[in-house]
Design a protein around this ligand. Structure first.
Ligand code: FMN
Length: 202
């Protein structure tokens, strides 16, 4: 037995809650941007986030509605995806408050920043990975806007690398689940993909 849901016969919010409860876990992009005044540094988590293209490297996040992060990206053409690690749980959530645009979350919440290498928005100093992006394009979809960012630089803290590669046990990513739920990494399993030529018939 299955329960059926039709988006056409449900309130938007109810279907949104269903979608975000089943499209899980979602990685969290902690997006930093700079207002056009060049001063106010904005920071907000976005879990509608993924890799959009590998060559060139492009990532994407979605703004549901028109928020400060989106406006800043549109007006300045730059943003940074800061990795959202477990130890910064409370800080990340604190930057999801709907502060007025002239109140930068770095200042209000008390997040230490550091300069980026290739773009003007600052990086979160305590975050182990920063993907510095220039705006590639945006796509308006109904009430949302998908932002595509070309990754022009990646800065990874040395202590999260193992044998030269980012290690999941050291990164400790947070994820977004349904409602107000957050996830942490559980058991990690490795399994190599099987090339077609190696498949055996028995
Ligand atoms: C874990 C988490 C994930 C979120 N993901 C998104 C998202 O993908 N898109 C979005 O528009 N808002 C998302 N939000 C809400 C924004 O972070 C929130 O609206 C924030 O105030 C936007 O800030 P801004 O106006 O400074 O851009 C999320 C909130 C949390 C706590």
């Amino acid at each position: 037995m299955r329960v059926d849901y039709s988006p056409d016969s449900m309130p938007t919010g109810a279907f949104y809650r269903l979608l975000t409860a089943v499209v899980v876990p979602r990685p969290i992009a902690w997006i930093s941007t700079l207002a056009p005044d060049g001063e106010t540094a904005n920071l907000a988590p976005h879990s509608f986030f993924t890799v959009a293209c590998t060559a060139p490297p492009v990532v994407q996040f979605t703004s549901v509605g028109r928020k400060d992060s989106l406006r800043n990206v549109e007006e300045t053409g730059e943003f940074v995806v800061n990795f959202a690690p477990e130890p910064l749980f409370a800080e990340i959530n604190a930057t999801a408050t709907d502060f007025p645009r002239d109140q930068g979350e770095f200042e209000v919440v008390g997040i230490e920043r550091e300069p980026s290498s290739r773009v003007r928005p600052p990086r979160v100093a305590a975050s182990p990975v920063a993907l510095e992006c220039t705006l590639h394009s945006t796509l308006r979809l109904g009430d949302s806007t998908v932002v595509f960012g070309r990754v022009v630089h990646a800065a990874v803290r040395e202590d999260v690398l193992m044998d030269g590669r980012p290690d999941i046990g050291r990164l400790r990513p947070l994820s977004r689940l349904g409602g107000n739920e957050w996830g942490t990494v559980g058991e990690v399993r490795e399994l190599a993909r099987v090339p077609y030529r190696d498949r055996t018939r028995d």
